[in-house]
Design a protein around this ligand. Structure first.
Ligand code: C2O
Length: 541
């Protein structure tokens, strides 16, 4: 099997954008970082050399890491961070996986600046299930803060509230002309008429879900989270942080200059979040130079129906991998709440993580990251850093008979703990993720490491087994699902990849407030069902 080698030098770089200059952490001096390419079945070997004073880890988002959980990357879950001056080499194989992925830092909020695309082609000779595109382009959606993101994280967590919206949305690192001092910071694709282009859309942002559209052009979705879909044509798409999508675009419009736009879907977060869109250019060969760009139309920031219509259109091309029977049925509430504060101390001390007033939880447990890697603690049987009692249903407060959990009172408080859920090898699992709305109702993009899952159902309001509609034929197979505002989603997977796997909201503030948990999947029988020992050189805490 062939190897693809990369060196990732973690560095700080002075960057000027939006009339401001700051130092930011990037890989190999690039923002966004280098693109990693491979073919299905090949190895990817990346040596990460940390030349900054910051702790770092890299996560390969969407890669299953089959029998290679040690290289998954979330800090304190599968490894200790790579400290300043140290290095660590990630080495994993794209087993039965191809499509559009990305990589990002998985420590603090550094992934706001440390991210890049990971593109895995089909094995040579294996065609796409659609006509081969004339050309392909990577579109990384991101967010940019003028402030240093390490400081931003610190001040946000200390203040206890939501992070401020980013100062700009970005397309391939560029804010586009709608922002101050950004006339020339615009990403541009030159296209020729009468061709079909493949765009690999990747949402690498940390704080907002976003719509994406191209003026006057239709988008045909052919892949979501690195799994082929039945072609679905739409005017726009919505991606949450952590989601990827391949779309085909045909240049069938009059020769001209068109805009590609990215704007917020902020569900119920309120209008205090800015509504400016980031623009890039989709420019036909032969267009009149400096002529006007046709603006792209984005849905309004609270258009839940626009989001639902895209979700309804996502149907997996492969219909053979849906578990029809389940062995374990978990019910997990996800949401935010306000914790009690004690004002009798000099600095107000609240009961949320980091003494904050905001907490986020799964089944009322705010997840606390351990001091050493969970995977190491599990593998080496080191006691005391976690427990195995993550509840299979909400711990308290919720009373289905009376219409909760979606109507839970707003004074509910979560517990804290490093509680994991243990699964025997091969368990067919269903999880109902119920989005609760105690203080705000967000669409939570829930991401699962180590697996893709079938999204067999979703809906608004409380999950009701009597009325819920399930699709066991062609549900999308994803690794990140936006659990609808005040609604629910049902996912299924077979626990056949041993290791410790993080599940969390891909909005970074929610993750910091504890909206996560970890699944321990035990070994099965024989070598092909057993996690190998840790690699040499795994960082120490
Ligand atoms: Cu893309 Cu745990 O994250």
């Amino acid at each position: 099997r062939s190897n693809n080698f990369y060196d990732f030098k973690v560095q700080t770089k002075r960057v000027t954008k939006l009339c401001n200059t700051k130092e930011m952490v990037v890989i190999n001096g690039k923002f966004p970082g280098p693109i990693v390419y491979a073919e299905e079945g090949e190895n990817i070997i990346v040596k990460v050399i940390n030349e900054t004073p910051y702790n770092i880890t890299i996560h390969w988002h969407g890669v299953w890491q089959r029998l290679s959980c040690w290289y998954d990357g979330p800090s304190y879950i599968t490894q200790c961070p790579i400290q300043g001056g140290q290095s660590f080499t990630y080495n994993f194989t794209m087993v039965n996986q191809k499509g559009t992925f990305f990589w990002h830092a998985h420590v603090s909020w550094l992934r706001a600046t440390v991210y890049g695309a990971l593109v895995v082609y089909p094995k040579s000779g294996v065609p796409y299930p659609f006509k081969y595109p004339y050309e392909e382009h990577i579109i990384l959606l991101g967010e940019y803060w003028v402030e240093d993101v390490v400081k931003l994280e610190r001040s946000t967590l200390a203040s206890g509230g939501n992070p401020p919206p980013s100062d700009a949305y970005t397309i391939n690192g560029q804010p586009g002309p709608n922002y101050n001092c950004s006339q020339h910071d615009v990403y541009k694709i030159n296209v020729v008429p009468g061709k079909t282009y493949l765009l690999r859309l990747i949402h690498a942002g940390i704080n907002m879900e976003n719509f994406f559209a191209i003026a006057n052009h239709k988008l045909t979705i052919v892949e979501a989270d690195a799994e082929y879909t039945k072609p679905f044509t739409t005017d726009r798409v919505m991606l949450g942080p952590g989601q990827t999508m391949n779309v085909l675009v045909t240049t069938d419009q009059p020769i001209g200059r068109y805009s590609m736009a990215m704007g917020p879907y902020m569900s119920a977060r309120g209008v205090s979040f800015q509504n400016i869109s980031s623009i890039a250019y989709f420019q036909y060969l032969g267009a009149v130079p400096n002529s006007l760009f046709l603006p792209a139309k984005l849905p309004s920031f609270n258009d839940n129906l626009a989001v639902k219509s895209v979700m309804d259109g996502l149907r997996s091309l492969n219909t053979s991998n849906v578990p029809k029977q389940i062995d374990a049925n978990l019910f997990i509430t996800i949401g935010l709440n306000v914790q009690k504060c004690h004002s009798n101390t000099p600095k107000q001390n609240c009961l949320g993580l980091n003494n904050g007033v905001m907490a986020a939880s799964m089944n009322n447990v705010s997840f606390v990251k351990p001091k050493i890697s969970l995977l190491e603690a599990y593998y080496k049987k080191i006691n005391g850093s976690y427990t195995e009692d993550f509840p299979g249903a909400p711990l308290k407060f919720y009373d289905f008979v009376n219409g909760a959990p979606n109507n839970a009172p707003n004074n509910t408080e979560s517990l804290t703990g490093t509680r994991t859920k243990v699964l025997e090898y091969g368990t067919r699992v269903q999880i109902i993720l119920q989005n609760t709305g105690t203080v705000s109702i967000d669409n939570h993009p829930i991401h699962f490491h180590g697996y893709s899952f079938n999204v067999v159902g979703y809906g608004s309001g409380n999950y009701n087994p009597r009325t819920a509609n399930f699709n066991l034929v062609d549900p999308p197979y994803m690794n990140t699902i936006g659990v609808p505002v005040g609604g629910w989603a049902a996912i299924r997977f077979i626990a056949d990849n041993p290791g410790v796997w993080f599940m969390h909201c891909h909005l970074d503030a929610h993750q910091s407030w504890g909206l996560s948990t970890a699944f321990i999947v035990k070994n099965g029988k024989g070598e092909s069902e057993t996690l190998p020992p840790p690699p040499v050189g795994l960082p120490l805490c």
